[in-house]
Design a protein around this ligand. Structure first.
Ligand SMILES: C[S@@+](CC[C@H](N)C(=O)[O-])C[C@H]1O[C@@H](n2cnc3c(N)ncnc32)[C@H](O)[C@@H]1O
Length: 231
């Protein structure tokens, strides 16, 4: 092989290597895009949410709030449950900045219902009020600033949907305050229920052993759903 051929081979090898590396980096980018697509698998969580005011909040609010909000997938889980069952009388215990309340309120509004949500921390309660107003949900969501143990008895009427997400050792007490006020067919739901948290063992035992409740724990969401049977 003469010098000219050697040079041509070298150029071809370099060109081949460059193409190879380029292809690798494109497929890496595509793979990241794939995560983006997994991001768009997350996008499916927002399918059918037509309220343009609330969509950016459902997408971004938890990231701005240091992790105390339910994940979007759990919000969607509650949203779907409320729509499926046609619930209209909602109570949330533990509002924080209102993230889960946005999901719950949206679904209840679709059903022509309303939500009372109780928060002990006045600053968080104010933040939630602002968020509900910006989402156009302040007509269906009332934020009560109170210790839920005092506040629940002050909310009038019965409930067909309750979401418990406040102080874990008090879950049992919240349950006692709402249990007899549940409509038949209603649901008592609670977050962070895993079967392993000793601080809510009394709550878990109660929802599992109450003959009037049919309880299932959705471990992917760490949400318990207790459907209320005949009184
Ligand atoms: C995990 S955060 C709630 C997150 C909210 N559900 C969400 O996903 O957006 C728990 C909230 O319960 C509130 N909380 C704790 N004990 C409470 C009580 N006894 N009564 C009312 N709120 C309480 C806390 O201040 C906190 O904001």
């Amino acid at each position: 092989m003469n010098l000219k051929n050697q040079k041509m081979n070298l150029v071809a090898a370099v060109a081949f290597m460059t193409l190879f590396l380029l292809a690798g980096s494109i497929s890496e980018a595509q793979r990241r895009g794939g995560r983006g697509v997994a991001g768009s698998a997350n996008e499916s969580l927002f399918e059918g949410i037509e309220n343009e005011q609330v969509l950016p909040m459902l997408r971004h609010l938890p990231r701005t709030h240091g992790g105390s909000n339910v994940p979007a997938a759990d919000g969607r889980f509650l949203y779907d449950l409320i729509l499926e069952k046609g619930y209209t009388r909602g109570l949330e215990i533990g509002t924080s900045n209102g993230y889960s309340g946005l999901w719950i309120g949206l679904a209840l509004k679709k059903n022509g219902g309303e939500l009372v949500t109780i928060e002990i921390d006045p600053r968080a309660a104010d933040e939630a009020r602002d968020n509900f107003k910006n989402a156009g949900l302040d007509d269906v969501i009332e934020v009560m600033t109170s210790d839920a143990l005092d506040g629940i008895p002050k909310v009038p009427g019965e409930f067909d949907f309750v979401f418990i997400d406040a102080h874990k050792p008090e879950y049992y007490d919240y349950l006692q305050l709402v249990r007899h006020r549940m409509e038949q067919g209603g649901a008592i739901t609670a977050h962070n229920v895993t079967g392993r948290d000793r601080s809510m063992a009394d709550f878990e035992e109660a929802i599992m052993n109450d003959p009037g409740l049919e309880t299932e724990i959705f471990s992917r969401h760490t949400i318990s759903v207790s459907l209320v049977g005949e009184k």
